[in-house]
Design a protein around this ligand. Structure first.
Ligand code: 13P
Length: 252
């Protein structure tokens, strides 16, 4: 993809004042050109944060969505609601949703479809466990997640962002090496292109996530198939998040 992206998944962190402070700093800082910055805050702060951001060039999204527009789904928010609230993106299939809420690939696909239907860009997360990797089953596992959760989208795959987040790297401080990440991203790009062969092979944006830090961002970004980052812990403070955003800039 021509543009790069750095997304901050705040998960269930931050209260209003610190969130506003961070958004204020990000909205006035001079972002490197060609890098989109997307924030995924707890939704309860969304409106305040959007007004704090003003026209500072930030995008906002939901950390998850329900595939139905409305209904008796206590605690859920629909893709349609996110869209009406001004979100541009939504994360679906994050490993924490898969693990703690029992969401499988069919559900992830339904959520991605709902997001697209309402004009949101879904960021679809996939990734292997440490056990998968140690058994040499990384590509088999990712292939299954792709086949069930993404491939059925066909040509719409260019409207989706895939985030490769190896489970063993999330919140552990153990990042995939640039070579490990590149090997997977190249595999994913090939499989996505095979599912939508009429599209340009570069038109499938693929982010890396899992312990991205200022110290490793530039090395990861040098890899040809890494188009940006989905950042957890390091997106909660301006200095670390900004250093990652700078590293994602074309000039590094
Ligand atoms: P960390 O950057 O804290 O490892 O989290 C990654 C992640 O899960 C982003 O969605």
């Amino acid at each position: 993809m021509a543009r790069r992206m750095v997304a901050g998944n705040w998960k269930m962190n931050m209260v209003a004042d610190s969130a506003k402070e961070l958004v204020r700093s990000l909205s006035v800082a001079d972002a490197p050109c060609g890098v989109d910055i997307v924030l995924f805050p707890p939704l309860i702060w969304l409106r305040e944060l959007m007004s704090e951001a003003g026209d500072g060039g930030l995008y906002f999204g939901g950390q998850d969505c329900h595939e139905a527009d409305f209904g008796a789904f206590t605690g859920d928010i629909s893709a349609r609601m996110l869209s009406v609230a001004g979100c541009s993106h939504v994360i679906v299939g994050h490993s924490e949703r898969r693990k703690f809420h029992g969401e499988g690939d069919a559900r992830v696909l339904a959520k991605a479809r709902a997001a697209l239907e309402h004009g949101l860009i879904p960021i679809v997360c996939i990734g292997e466990s440490l056990e998968n990797r140690e058994r040499g089953e990384t590509f088999e596992h990712l292939g299954r997640q792709l086949d069930a959760g993404l491939v059925p989208l066909g040509d719409d795959l260019t409207r989706v962002i895939v985030a490769y987040e190896p489970l063993w790297a999330i919140g552990t401080g153990r990042t995939a090496t640039p070579e490990q990440a590149q090997e997977v991203h190249e595999f994913l790009r090939g499989r996505l292109h095979a599912a939508a062969p009429d599209q340009d092979v570069q038109d499938f944006p693929i982010l890396y996530g899992g312990s991205v830090k200022p110290a490793n961002a530039a090395f990861l970004m040098e890899q040809p198939d890494i188009d940006g980052f989905l950042v957890g812990g390091a997106s909660l403070e301006f200095e670390s998040f900004w250093a990652i955003i700078k590293a994602a800039g074309v000039d590094g």
